[in-house]
Design a protein around this ligand. Structure first.
Ligand code: AMP
Length: 569
């Protein structure tokens, strides 16, 4: 796929958004009208009006029994007119069980298309990116199968082990060889990614991870391991604990023999007291960082700005295990201002307005209104029909006739101890204000989660924070005044119902911040991964309540602080 032909596709598809959506729905209904799932609603008739009138809007719990029948060995035609060949394991859960989504190769073709599109868009805005390499932190999870023998893996793992990865993602694109990307031991793979990236530092033009948390994780890993990495570069031998043969052999070739000069150079940069701008210091030709920075990932923007000397932070696309949605056609905009242009050839999209006064009407892609908020319904042709995504989006504009959306939040509330409902967006707003207080005293928030503590009377919000100093090797002393100020600022930023109950009714207690030891959120991630979460798709939960997770956090609490005034209305 050439850059110019993909950009031409972008223009054509977005200019003909309505026609493309209509054609796609026609095709989906033609192929799937006789599936066991759709038959009772359509009686085999692939008619669009019938689809809109009869097919119900569903959540994962409604679709689960049909999906599980195929996973357990019934023919694909329970849900899909074309064979289902594997399942994507999503990071989301319902009722404590991970969700799986049926797919086939057509999904991989869409990934290849969206990837080509975002690469072309970036190349249009930044010169010469195709002449260098990306230092990527891609990795894979061990594979598993359903009881009927079909592959179950997270989206990225499934793609990497498919023939599409080899065919379309040429190995010359990354600093790491395929063996490192395919290594299922995430610690060995991370070490090797960094080693290859450091040895090929002059060639690195971008740093790529699926989510911003992955970039922060890589830099934190580098902070703990740079001495050993330098020793390997100095001697030309890779550490003994890299036992994965694919990694060992392929990375040894890249290492290419002793390089004391490079080892000295890296050592000099890494041993400086402050790691401000470390990314641009270690990779002098880097032009941008590419990873999802919207939604839950926006919390990492200040940390990445600090480490990267304000390099462009590009959030290129919006995707999920259910479908790919769209791309950011304005990659150099501020990460806080990112919107995604929906691609009308990905899935059939409909929208439920979430603004007040919604009368149950469902809107087509091209009829959404500027400024309004919606929840997306997905009909993907792989077994999801009018499926509620649970993501809330706001229309920010149009690219030709395709709407552009800002990711607002996941639908679910994250905290509540009384009748108030604190959403993801409320929590992020409060944290943003607290982060300003932290920043002015030289501290960075490295990770957080929250907990609705109703064991106290009244119940109260607890925030677990992992902190780090910007300078002085990250070491800091906690200042009571600053921390209490953070608690107060957060309360002041929460929604009006929270503030009203907290100040008038007394049914919500003072907000508490519990500062935890460094590495706590890595331990939390290890716990979730041991329970089957995917490393590439892992996102720290915004709020927690399982006793096991709380025990991990509580074991590592260093200090506690409470807000000392009830928030003004
Ligand atoms: P998963 O299926 O595990 O990949 O998770 C998909 C979910 O991740 C989506 O439904 C969103 O809630 C979130 N997500 C994915 N891409 C983005 C993005 N670009 N911005 C914000 N949230 C995203």
């Amino acid at each position: 796929m050439s850059l110019s032909s993909v950009l031409k596709d972008l223009e054509e598809l977005t200019s003909n958004a309505k026609q493309t959506q209509d054609d796609l729905l026609d095709e989906i209904l033609r192929v799937n009208a006789n599936t066991k799932y759709l038959l009772p609603f359509l009686h085999g008739n692939p008619d669009k009006e019938l689809f809109k009138k009869n097919v119900p809007i569903v959540t994962y719990e409604d679709a689960r029994p049909y999906i599980e029948r195929v996973a357990d060995g019934e023919p694909s035609d329970v849900i899909s007119g074309e064979p289902i060949t594997s399942f994507f394991l999503s990071s989301g859960t319902t009722g404590g069980k991970q969700k799986i989504f049926p797919v086939n190769n057509k999904f991989f073709e869409k990934i290849v298309f969206i990837d080509a599109l975002r690469t072309s868009i970036i190349s249009k805005h930044i010169n010469c990116v195709e002449q260098g390499k990306a230092m990527s932190f891609l990795n894979t999870r061990p594979l598993s199968t359903t009881s009927s023998g079909l592959l179950v893996a997270p989206l990225m793992t499934s793609f990497i082990v498919s023939s599409y990865f080899k065919k379309y993602w040429s190995s010359t694109r990354f600093t790491s060889p395929d063996e490192v990307i395919l290594c299922v031991d995430n610690k060995q793979s991370m070490y090797c990614h960094l080693l290859c990236g450091l040895v090929r530092r002059e060639e690195v033009v971008s740093l790529v991870a699926t989510f911003a948390s992955g970039v922060v994780q890589a830099i934190t890993f580098l902070e703990s391991n740079w001495k050993e990495l330098c020793n390997n570069i100095r001697s030309g031998y890779i550490s003994e604990w890299i036992t994965d043969l694919g990694c060992k052999d392929s990375v040894s070739i890249i290492l290419g023999g002793p390089n004391p000069h490079l080892a000295d150079l890296i050592e000099q940069e890494c041993s400086q007291k402050s790691w401000e701008g470390i990314i641009t210091r270690l990779w002098p030709n880097i032009k941008f960082i590419q990873s999802t920075l919207t939604g839950q990932m926006s919390q990492y923007i200040p940390i990445l700005e600090f480490y990267s000397n304000k390099l462009p932070l590009i959030s290129p696309s919006y995707s999920s295990s259910e479908t790919l949605f769209g791309v950011n056609v304005n990659p150099l905009c501020k990460p806080q201002d990112v919107s995604y242009t929906f691609m009308p050839n990905m899935s059939y999209f409909e929208f439920i307005p979430v603004d007040e006064g919604n009368n149950g009407e469902i809107i087509d892609l091209v009829n959404v209104k500027l400024g309004c908020f919606y929840e997306t319904l997905v009909t993907n042709g792989f077994g999801l029909y009018r499926y509620r995504m649970g993501d809330i989006l706001q229309v920010t504009g149009f690219y030709n006739s395709a709407p552009q959306f800002r990711f607002v939040r996941r639908k679910n509330i994250v905290l509540s101890v009384h009748v108030e409902a604190t959403t993801e967006e409320d929590l992020f707003k409060a944290l943003k204000h607290a982060t300003l207080v932290l920043e002015s005293s030289g501290l960075m928030l490295m990770g957080f989660t929250s907990y609705s503590d109703i064991s106290t009377d009244p119940g109260h919000y607890v925030l677990y924070w992992e902190l780090k100093a910007k300078h002085c090797n990250g070491i800091f002393k906690l200042d009571n005044e600053v921390m209490v100020e953070c608690c107060c600022v957060m309360e002041e930023s929460l929604n009006s119902l929270y503030r009203e109950i907290r100040s008038k009714d007394g049914s919500i207690g003072a907000l508490e911040v519990r500062v935890v030891q460094q590495g706590t959120f890595d331990s939390l991630m290890e716990y979730f991964i041991s329970k089957g979460a995917s490393t590439t798709q892992y996102k720290t939960p915004l709020s927690v309540n399982s006793p096991q997770v709380l025990a991990i956090l509580e074991d590592r609490v260093l200090a506690r602080f409470f807000s000392d005034k009830s928030s003004p209305l």
